[in-house]
Design a protein around this ligand. Structure first.
Ligand SMILES: [Zn+2]
Length: 230
């Protein structure tokens, strides 16, 4: 990674964290995968101190689990956490979609449409991970349009964690936000139809939740140590 000389270690840590987060969102790094400090440092050409700061940051966002004496791992949300994340989204996002419909501008509509186009292009190219990431960004963009910064931060975190949940529990392709649902949302939001946007978001999130297999899922051990250890 090209690092400017005048950048502080903190900025570099943030950049490394952002790159790792994207890899997690795009399912290039799987839940449970070990993130060795040395290896991450080598890949990005940064010190262990910087890597540690990046991993701390991701742990704060609950994308990474830091385990005592064992290091950092891509987080593996439990079934309970998975439900909670989608319940929280169902509380926040329908109302946010309504607010977005009340504020949307033609520029915003074009941005949303571009998200869908990019998502389609990624799917056609067989890049499911990128498509998944873009479908999440679509939700974050709606929160931005609603101009609710605090709620938008929450939603961004929840969408981020949703990508781990989808990696673990997805049972059908529909867990990638169906673009049909997103098309309908754009239509309602850009028409300023808040009530319809709220209703569509509610049912879209319910669809997402039911497309995950959250029945007593046991996550397989990732290593011999995990399987046999205390
Ligand atoms: Zn969606």
């Amino acid at each position: 990674m090209q690092v400017q000389a005048d950048e502080t270690e903190k900025d570099v840590g943030a950049q490394v964290a952002a790159r790792l987060a994207t890899a997690i969102h795009e399912h290039r790094l799987a839940p449970g995968m070990k993130l060795s400090e040395d290896e991450v440092g080598e890949i990005f050409g940064v010190s262990r101190t910087v890597v540690r700061a990046a991993l701390q940051r991701l742990a704060h966002l609950r994308l990474v689990d830091l385990k005592r004496n064992r290091g950092a791992f891509v987080a593996q949300p439990t079934v309970k956490e998975a439900r909670e994340v989608f319940e929280a989204r169902a509380l926040l996002e329908p109302r946010t979609a309504r607010s977005a419909a009340e504020r949307i501008t033609p520029t915003d509509t074009r941005i949303l449409q571009r998200h869908i186009d990019d998502e389609h292009a990624a799917l056609h190219a067989g890049d499911t991970g990128r498509a998944l990431n873009l479908s999440g960004q679509f939700h974050i963009e709606i929160a931005r349009i609603a101009d609710q910064a605090t709620i938008a931060d929450f939603i961004a975190q929840l969408v981020s964690r949703s990508s781990l949940i989808i990696a673990l529990y997805w049972q059908r392709r529909a867990a990638l936000c169906e673009s049909q649902a997103h098309h309908a949302l754009i239509k309602a939001i850009s028409a300023g139809d808040g009530a319809r946007a709220e209703e569509l978001m509610q049912s879209h999130l319910l669809d997402l939740l039911t497309s995950l297999d959250l029945r007593a899922h046991s996550s397989a051990p990732q290593s011999l140590r995990e399987a046999l250890g205390p």
